[in-house]
Design a protein around this ligand. Sequence first.
Ligand code: PLP
Length: 287
Amino acid sequence: RKIYLNGRLVSKEQAVVSVFDHGFLYGDGIFEGIRIYDGVIFRLDEHLVRLYESAKSILLTIPLEYEEMADAIIETVRANQLESGYIRVVISRGDGDLGLDPRNCPRANVIVIADVVRLFPEEFYENGLRIVTVPTQRNSPASMNPQVKSLNYLNSVMVKLEAARAGALEALTVNSQGYVCEGSGDNVFIVKRGKVYTPPTYLGALDGITRHAIMDLCEEMGLPLTETPFTRHDVYVADECFLTGTAAEVIPVIEVDGREIGSGQPGPITQQLLSEFRKIVRQQGRR
Ligand code: PLP
């Protein structure tokens, strides 16, 4: 593996940052997770836009221009001869001192890792996933807006652990008003009477790139889609439910908190969206 670290491609052993890096000390930084499908970096520009927006939001200066960042990612993928895989872009605030003040961190650390992708086993795409809702909430927009893909992912880590303790691989978060937000690292959709619904991101969800790809597909396929708040009850009584994310793509959900969703099988609209999604991933992006 060749890792991009501040302008150089180095070995895994050389790809190290200081213990004084504020990404390590405080989770002060941002990241992206991007897929490569047969040499195509899926929706690279949408990921870059989100990366630069996250940086702007936390007053972090990425020491690369937009196109330089794109080149760094493409170069890293090439250097690793990856036709398919997963890219992790990490921009930390950089080396500072033990104080919180990032003004003592003169330069952000830029890291690009391109590796094989860890996927849900194919059986879950065929048979669906049983999930639960968990107590952990993603931050309210009044604190750190969950639309910032920050390095502070303790909430999502807790969601994963709480899911595991309930015997599930994934879970949904619910905000303090009782509205369903998202999964640990995925967005959520439900289908009811032929209509598709997903929560608005202001409730406490990341604005997923896969989420957008699915919204675009719904439009192309003539499926009515509404961004609207919904509760756990709405999920329990939905005809279909699925999660979307860079790693998960589109994953059918067949049970939530012990309630069977619809027929208890992956729904037809979910399956259609998954198969259409798998067609477009090689058509949208950069090489
Ligand atoms: N929600 C959270 C909290 C995430 O970290 C992610 C990310 O990967 C998503 C949703 C899905 O977003 P995307 O489709 O851009 O991968």
